[in-house]
Design a protein. Structure first.
Length: 163
């Protein structure tokens, strides 16, 4: 039963990330790590705690590592709905806030220093939330962190080796 859940989670995340053909590196807790089909990048992925209604985009988060490239833990967040133009997107990991770069329904980390701090905070935290203003009110997407450190480590390790 648990293995079926992990497989379904992995497929859902891969489909959501646009990379249906990928090799699973790790699936545990609420996270999965994959190597993309082209072998140029690896990612640790999770969906938000709240499952999106049918026909809506699923809120999700990913940490991407390029094989020999510039991204070494870049955070990308797909918000549950578009953020209002000009509003801020705040990621809170275990009470520690991180201001993200947002545009529409997407947000990204601000660079390598912030990415390293995010991953370090995530290893100590029990929860992660993304807060933003949509059209009309504020929203929060919540993420469960069980399996996150191992998924991030698996993605980083797999793409640190030459292919």
């Amino acid at each position: 039963m648990r293995r079926c859940f992990r497989f379904a989670l992995a497929l859902a995340l891969l489909a959501a990330s646009g990379s249906v053909r990928a090799r699973t590196l790790f699936a545990g807790g609420h996270w999965v790590a994959v190597e993309r089909a082209d072998g140029r990048s690896c990612a640790a992925l999770a969906r938000s705690e709240l499952i999106a209604p049918r026909g809506s985009d699923q809120a999700r988060v990913s940490f991407t590592f390029d094989r020999g490239g510039p991204r070494q833990g870049e955070l990308h967040v797909r918000l549950s709905r578009p953020a209002r133009a000009g509003s801020s997107v705040l990621l809170v990991v275990g009470g520690q806030p991180f201001q993200l770069l947002g545009r529409g329904a997407d947000a990204w980390s601000r660079g390598p220093a912030q990415e390293a701090a995010l991953i370090a905070a995530l290893r100590r935290a029990g929860d992660m939330r993304v807060r933003f203003r949509g059209f009309g009110s504020g929203y929060t997407d919540r993420y469960l962190l069980a399996g996150a450190p191992t998924a991030i480590d698996a993605a980083a390790a797999a793409c640190s080796r030459p292919r």
